[in-house]
Design a protein around this ligand. Sequence first.
Ligand code: NAD
Length: 305
Amino acid sequence: MTAKLIDGKAIGKRIREDELKPKVEALAKHGVVPGLAVIVVGDNPASKVYVGQKTRACEEVGVHSETHKFPEDVPQAAVLKRIAELNVNNKIHGIIVQLPLPAQFDMRLILESILPAKDVDGFHMYNVGGLVLQTGDDGAENIFPPCTPYGVQRLLEYSDIPIEGQNVVIVGSSNIVGKPMALILLRKNATVSICHIKTRDLAQFTILADILVVAAGVPNLILPQMVKTGAVVIDVGINRLDNGKLVGDVDFDGVVKKASYITPVPGGVGPMTVTMLIANTVNAAERQSAQQRVANQGQAGSPAL
Ligand code: NAD
């Protein structure tokens, strides 16, 4: 068996063209351009690459984006002040803070200072809590799911891979990938197991997976003998080897012969993360402009005193 490749780059592009651009055009009829503010502290080279990708994807879809740069040693209060200003700026519908932040920052305090309605990375407690409590079919209606696991959900759906009733094993339990991934797929009625660094005998779990999602940050963690024949393998990991090559967490050349579907690295989950950030931003603009129209109608319809 040779697995079918899930081409995240192509799927992300289709979603941006077929789904997001028409939404942006519809918003333009109401005079609204979705706006994303990206806060960057310090000079992390990886962050620079990610911010560049986000900016280009915004431009492609017609979303306004602006980067707010701060030096590494900026006081936390200055960043909090800027977020407070962006929270009330009605041209900005989404705000994200590029992580990691320098050590002097209280990351949770910064993330909780973003208005939940503008938290398009989905890291605010309100949105995380919403993900836990949602029982409906698509919780994305009311909250913002974190972009990477949301992107994996969309990849599976786009590829017509059934989720309900499937054994899903997630390797990695971080707040930005593993845990929200489990919640998203649980809501889709999968049977979900989460493994992590302290899991004893990882292979005894992974071998049971119909859908295996790997987000550990360890090259070659998943070998062919750990994968069930015909499994769907989603590799979230991004690792730069000493020779400069970018690889995931899965031994791609081995596992591709055993799986039914597999995502490549690069070109799998990564482009979907960026696309889902744009999706959340467009969604935020839609919700905020709908609320604004209701508020305006209320004012127009209220009797003169
Ligand atoms: P993290 O370091 O916060 O968490 C890693 C998780 O993997 C932890 O739960 C840890 O317990 C587990 N883990 C580590 N080594 C393990 C092992 N040997 N066996 C089992 N579990 C192990 O990382 P993160 O932020 O969740 O990111 C994970 C990977 O995904 C990284 O490579 C990161 O670069 C990548 N990533 C990719 C995207 C994307 O858009 N494709 C987005 C976010 C993260």
